[in-house]
Design a protein around this ligand. Structure first.
Ligand code: ATP
Ligand code: MG
Length: 356
């Protein structure tokens, strides 16, 4: 039987493997630093849990294999310059932006984009890393090491951040989960709420946007689109050609999780529209030690990644899928005292969103 290799052996690779087990798919996540020679066979399938990778023994073996699904998509989406160019080319809304070169002047950027301008490294950024704010009032300058390797974006005064996770099969059929509301603190996703009826009116437009991108890229698998919502206007923040943290709730809240959907797509298995049950919520565990008391909270479904705990590091998540929003609030009341103090604002935000 052919094997599915996942480039990267972090939590996403582990969850892809876990989801594929009931389908009897043979999945092997590969650590990018692995120095072994991989026993790749001709009919094997390669996918990735990350959009970018350094050239190593492991990644060069995987990247050279003809069964690498979406191989040409990664380079385009992993670089913010080419990603934003594609979004522009398709006429989709995104924060206005410029490429930063040797000749870029702060005054020109402020004139075009406003008082506050966000520099983002073209590659390698995650969880808000690789970003730098230019503030006209402070006369801040473009750091030398951002030149020729970053873009400048207008600061968007969004009302909230939402995301859409979609999937496309090898025949070109696309399916989508409901829009997810996300709370980011200091660039890190802290919580996601799914299936909020108030986001329903934006669903069709968001699906059109992501559908257009996936079709253009002839993409196969799960793709995530992060959005800013300002009034009823949507702007794309960024795209991820992989399963995404804001889709983790689907493990509890859908008959087909995003992980299973991705594996089905790359393995050319059928996919039907995922059904969604109840009300879902995901709390990310950031830089906090494992506490098995979390398991006593009503509805809690824990995923602990078994990584070394460091401040700011994603080490797990807890999903909740319950029949009503009131029950989710009840779960949050129970969870509150079991998380570090900095989670007070997260629980408060979740509670408020669920109370509307
Ligand atoms: P991820 O971990 O999702 O890959 P990232 O570090 O690659 O994130 P972004 O998603 O681009 O980077 O930015 C992180 C966060 O910074 C966003 O979720 C948002 O809160 C804020 N942000 C990004 N771009 C803008 C912008 N143009 N205006 C205002 N805030 C922004
Ligand atoms: Mg992001």
């Amino acid at each position: 039987m052919s094997k599915i290799w996942v480039l990267g052996a972090g939590q996403l690779g582990a969850m892809l493997k876990h989801a594929a087990t009931p389908l009897a798919l043979d999945v092997e996540p590969v650590d990018i630093e692995d120095h072994h020679s991989l026993h790749l066979s001709e009919g094997d399938i390669i996918t990735a849990e990350r959009e970018q990778w350094p050239e190593t023994d492991a990644t060069s073996q995987l990247a050279a294999h003809p069964g690498f699904v979406n191989k040409n998509v990664f380079a385009t989406l992993a670089d913010r310059f080419t990603q934003k160019s594609l979004i522009d080319e398709l006429g989709l809304a995104t924060a206005p932006w410029f490429d930063i070169t040797d000749g870029s002047l702060e005054t020109d950027l402020h004139a075009a984009l406003g008082q506050r301008v966000l520099l983002k490294r073209r590659t390698g950024g995650y969880d808000g890393k690789g970003q730098h704010w230019l503030k006209q009032s402070e006369g801040s300058a473009i750091p030398a090491d951002f030149r020729n390797q970053s873009i400048a974006e207008q600061a968007i005064a969004f009302d909230e951040e939402i995301s859409l996770v979609g999937m496309r099969d090898h025949k070109g059929n696309s399916f989508f989960y409901p829009l997810t509301l996300n709370l980011h603190v200091n660039g890190i996703l802290m919580a996601s709420i799914a299936n909020l009826s108030r986001l329903q009116p934006l669903q069709a437009e968001a699906e059109q946007m992501l559908g257009k991108l996936m079709d253009k890229l002839d993409y196969v698998g799960v793709m995530a689109m992060e959005l800013f919502r300002t009034g009823n206007k949507l702007q794309i923040n960024e795209l991820a050609p992989r399963v995404h943290n804001s889709g983790h709730w689907t493990q509890a809240g859908s008959n087909i999780s995003q992980f299973e959907a991705h594996m089905r797509a790359v393995a050319k298995l059928p996919i039907s529209q995922p059904t969604v049950r109840g009300h879902s919520l995901m709390i990310n565990l950031i830089g906090t030690d494992l506490n098995n008391d979390w398991l006593a909270v009503a509805g809690a479904e824990l995923s602990w990644y078994d990584k070394v705990v460091r401040p700011g590091r994603k080490v797990g998540h807890i999903n909740f899928c319950r029949d009503s929003q009131a029950e989710l609030i009840e779960s949050m009341q129970q969870l509150k005292s079991l998380l570090p103090d900095n989670y007070a604002e997260v629980i408060e935000w979740v509670t408020e969103e669920l109370t509307h």
